[in-house]
Each structure stands twice: as structure tokens, then as C-alpha cells.
Design a protein around this ligand. Structure first.
Ligand code: F0G
Length: 356
């Protein structure tokens, strides 16, 4: 199949329509998500040598995370089906995205988030977009169970990634990487929380491969935080912990999808410590000029680990998806950086501190 892309970006449903579930034009709810940059790393050669490293910067989606890809599809379909309200459990980004797309569609959004442990930027987004924000005394897994119970009996549409339209939308990330490179990378690294995104990317790569748009498939490399690594451990984690709050999940809904992506592609589901995550988070911001949130950096932390282990070698093409924008989580950013220097408004004193 030959792809021809012309004109201004029209949002991913219109751009990838041939590969997505059918939908009526009037139901399409878009903020022109997708078309995010694949940024070539230039300053990490001391770590990666002659490996080609590229960063899929999903923080540049309309609400600042990859969730918008799935949400345009899920909310559009809910609208087509006549739903008046959507609901989700979230560690933050899903709630921000659901709230924005529901606002756009003229629908009500209910979002259940853990009380505490959700980044400030995300909470403020959900509030500003007019969602009803329910902070529950429990973690993400508890919130998801409640959402499942409610949607079984009440007329609100679930927009967590158990909703298959979310996966459909999110697979377009793999389409964009494939079109950008003209082939699939050797390895594709992703952070893993509820495991929807790795499931979606793998589906996307397989579809482009089947159509002959790419002639190779990547190894899918999912990374969990050490304190929230149920898939690595092989059992749910009762009380997950990590400062990467976006992926603080003990019982992922798409567990099977992640395992399938790993097994079919010959990849890995691994884990990285919070220290490794923060190190990668800082490297990206301070040396590449790319600001992502901590959970996103689990992808790069995984790549650094496998480079050190000798798995990644010169000549490989490695893509890391950076799932969310750094501005989402100002608290972690402040804690991970040198503090500002307080100084009098005095040229001489300032020059001295500057080292002149
Ligand atoms: N990175 C970020 C920034 C996320 O917000 C999430 C998930 C992930 C990675 C993991 O993706 O769940 O598809 O494996 N956030 C969800 C939320 C759980 O509620 O915003 P996944």
C-alpha cells in the first residue's frame, strides 16, 4: 500500500481513517491530536555510541500526553452511540484527556483518581475542563474496579483502555513512527502502567507490516517501575509504589496484551528503579532539551539499562516513546533539579555568581 499525505494535519481519525473503525463524520471529536515529532537524540552518544536513538515526543499532544490518541477515538465513538457521559479511572493523564474531549463533545466527564499521588498539572487539567473529579481513598486499581462496576449497570461510557477504541486510536503512534522512518525500529521502548499503550503500538506495527507499509517489525520493550512491576513479577502488586505516579499500577488491565507484544515480537517486559527513571528524566531535559514526565523516562531508563547489558548494539535503531509532557508534574521537576540561586538585584553580585 502506498501512502500519500497532503495538506494540513486533520487529527488522527481523519488521517488514518482506512486503519480505524468506521465512524460518522459528525461524531468525530478532535483537537488535532497526533503528528508528534520523532526527535533524533544528538547528545547521548557517550551512552549510546552508534545506536540511532529517537524520541517520540507524545507530550506535544493537545492535553500533553499520548492519551489523546485513544481519547479522540473513544469519545467520538461514545458520541456516535449517543452517550451523554464518560467515566474513567486514572493516574492523571487519562482524566485530563477524557475531560478535554468530553468538553469538546458536549458530554459530561466523571474521573476517579487516587487521593494524593497524582501530579498537579493533570489534576488541574481535569478540573479546568469541567470534569467531576472524584478523589478516592484508594489507588488506581481500586478506582478501575469501581469504574467497571458502575459502567456495568449505568449509562456512562467507560473510556479506560479496556474500551477497545482507545487501543485503536493509540496504535496510530506506531503508524507515525513507521512513516517517519520508512521502516520499524529495531527496538521500541515504552513505559508500562495499565499496559494499553504497548498493546496498541504492537497492533499498529503489525497492521502496517501486513499492508506492506513496513517490511520489518520491532522488538517491543516495555518498562515498569520496580515498585509497581506486576508483569515482571508475574503477579499483581497489592500496594504499588513509585514516584512515577502515572505508572503506579499493581494490576494492569491489558496484562495479556503486553505479554503478547513481548512474546510475539521477541521483546522484553523489564523494570527500572526510581533512581534510574529520575536519571533518564534529567538526561532528557538537561542534555536533549526534551522535557517529559518521570513515567515517560522509564522508556529511556530501560534503553540505557539494556545498552549497559550489551543487548543494544551499534547500528540498532531505538525509539523511546515519551508519553507525557514534563510540565504535567512540576513537583518532581523541582525536586530533580538544582535550586534557583537567590541574589540581590545587583549587576556585580550577579556577575560574580555567573563566574565572570
Ligand atoms: N506514561 C504516562 C505518562 C502515563 O500517563 C501512562 C498511563 C503510561 C505511561 C502507561 O501507559 O497504561 O498504557 O501502559 N497512564 C494512565 C492514566 C494509567 O490514567 O493516565 P499504559
Amino acid at each position: 500500500m502506498q501512502l500519500t499525505r497532503k495538506g494540513l494535519w486533520a487529527g488522527l481519525i481523519r488521517e488514518f481513517r482506512d486503519f480505524l473503525p468506521e465512524i460518522k463524520d459528525e461524531a468525530i471529536t478532535t483537537l488535532l491530536e497526533g503528528n508528534t515529532p520523532l526527535i533524533e537524540s544528538v547528545n547521548l552518544k557517550d551512552i549510546f555510541g552508534d545506536i540511532r536513538l529517537l524520541l517520540k515526543y507524545e507530550g506535544l499532544n493537545p492535553t500533553g500526553s499520548f492519551k489523546d490518541r485513544g481519547m479522540t477515538m473513544a469519545v467520538s465513538k461514545a458520541r456516535e452511540e449517543g452517550a451523554k457521559a464518560v467515566i474513567c479511572a486514572s493516574t492523571g493523564n487519562t482524566s485530563a484527556s477524557a475531560a478535554a474531549y468530553a468538553a469538546r463533545a458536549g458530554m459530561k466527564a466523571y474521573v476517579l483518581v487516587p487521593d494524593g499521588g497524582i501530579a498537579l498539572g493533570k489534576l488541574s487539567q481535569a478540573m479546568m475542563h469541567g470534569a467531576m473529579v472524584l478523589q478516592i481513598k484508594g489507588n488506581f486499581d481500586d478506582a478501575l474496579n469501581i469504574v467497571k462496576a458502575i459502567t456495568k449497570d449505568y449509562p456512562v461510557k467507560m473510556v479506560n483502555s479496556i474500551n477497545p477504541y482507545r487501543i485503536e486510536g493509540q496504535k496510530t503512534g506506531a503508524f507515525e513512527v513507521s512513516e517517519h522512518l520508512g521502516y520499524a525500529p529495531t527496538y521500541h521502548f515504552l513505559p508500562v502502567g495499565n499496559a494499553g499503550n504497548i498493546t496498541a503500538y504492537w497492533k499498529g506495527y503489525k497492521e502496517y507490516y501486513k499492508e506492506g507499509i513496513i517490511s520489518n517489525l520491532p522488538k517491543m520493550m516495555g518498562f515498569q517501575a520496580e515498585g509497581a512491576a506486576p508483569i515482571v513479577l508475574g503477579h499483581p502488586v497489592e500496594d504499588p509504589h513509585t514516584l512515577a505516579t502515572a505508572i503506579k499500577i499493581g494490576n494492569p488491565a491489558s496484562w495479556e496484551g503486553a505479554l503478547k507484544a513481548k512474546e510475539e515480537s521477541g521483546g522484553t517486559i523489564g523494570m527500572v528503579t526510581d533512581d534510574e527513571i529520575i536519571e533518564a528524566y534529567r538526561l532528557l531535559a538537561a542534555r536533549e532539551g526534551v522535557f517529559c514526565e518521570p513515567a515517560s523516562a522509564a522508556s529511556l531508563a530501560g534503553a540505557i539499562k539494556l545498552k549497559k547489558d550489551g543487548v543494544l548494539i551499534d547500528g540498532d535503531t531505538v525509539v523511546c516513546t515519551l508519553t507525557g509532557h514534563g510540565l504535567k508534574d512540576p513537583d518532581n521537576a523541582m525536586n530533580a533539579s538544582p535550586k534557583p540561586v537567590k541574589v540581590a538585584a545587583d549587576v556585580k553580585k550577579i556577575l560574580k555568581i555567573m563566574g565572570f
